[in-house]
Design a protein around this ligand. Structure first.
Ligand SMILES: CC(C)(COP(=O)(O)OP(=O)(O)OC[C@H]1O[C@@H](n2cnc3c(N)ncnc32)[C@H](O)[C@@H]1OP(=O)(O)O)[C@@H](O)C(=O)NCCC(=O)NCCS
Length: 161
């Protein structure tokens, strides 16, 4: 069984985050840069990392949520392919949801590629629903599916809070 910890990202995680970003996404997805990661570290947004139970090991997954006044946008979520299907994404999401709940934010939205069936199934398993489509959203012309979730209507199935 994979054991891992979830913590807020720190400045020393940035190189590891950049490597993960390049491993998981393609340029047309709009890769986050060193500057963007650095910006989000010092912002009100939620940037969490997962790593195996050893502080010197590289990041195996991360989640970035943009926090607004009454809603939030799950901007990015990536798990290293060697560590997928071990509940890492679910755990990152659960931690972020607890933070949003503490801020009284219950509405969460996100975009993803219709071709990304793994991510679609993941978000569906959490209760996200398809709302609309954004044409020509990604750099290579693929549309985006827009999903949203109201945590008041659909409480977290996995949350311990
Ligand atoms: C989508 C992604 C984040 C899922 O991460 P993960 O850590 O493997 O997901 P989890 O192990 O927490 O999965 C939780 C549940 O989601 C669903 N799920 C996750 N990956 C799935 C897959 N490949 N196929 C079908 N269902 C899947 C399952 O219901 C799973 O529960 P189960 O394993 O008990 O069946 C990961 O595949 C990933 O990083 N993909 C590339 C980047 C990406 O697409 N990011 C999202 C778009 S921004």
């Amino acid at each position: 069984m994979l054991t891992f910890t979830i913590t807020p990202a720190e400045v020393q995680d940035i190189d590891s985050l950049l490597a993960l970003e390049k491993r998981v996404f393609i340029a047309a997805d709009g890769l986050l840069s060193k500057r963007s990661f650095r910006y989000h570290l010092g912002s009100k947004n939620i940037l969490l990392v997962a790593r195996q139970n050893c502080p010197t090991k590289p990041v195996i997954g991360y989640l970035l949520v943009f926090v607004r006044t009454q809603s939030a946008r799950l901007y990015s979520l990536a798990i290293h392919p060697d560590f997928q299907r071990h509940g890492v994404a679910r755990s990152l999401y659960t931690h972020a949801s607890a933070i949003l709940k503490s801020k009284n934010i219950h509405k969460l939205s996100l975009e993803l590629r219709p071709s990304n069936t793994a991510a679609f199934k993941f978000y569906q398993s959490l209760g996200f629903e398809k709302k609309t489509t954004r044409p020509n959203y990604y750099g290579d012309g693929e549309n985006a599916l827009c999903l949203s979730l109201n945590a008041r209507v659909c409480p977290l199935p996995y949350s311990s809070t």
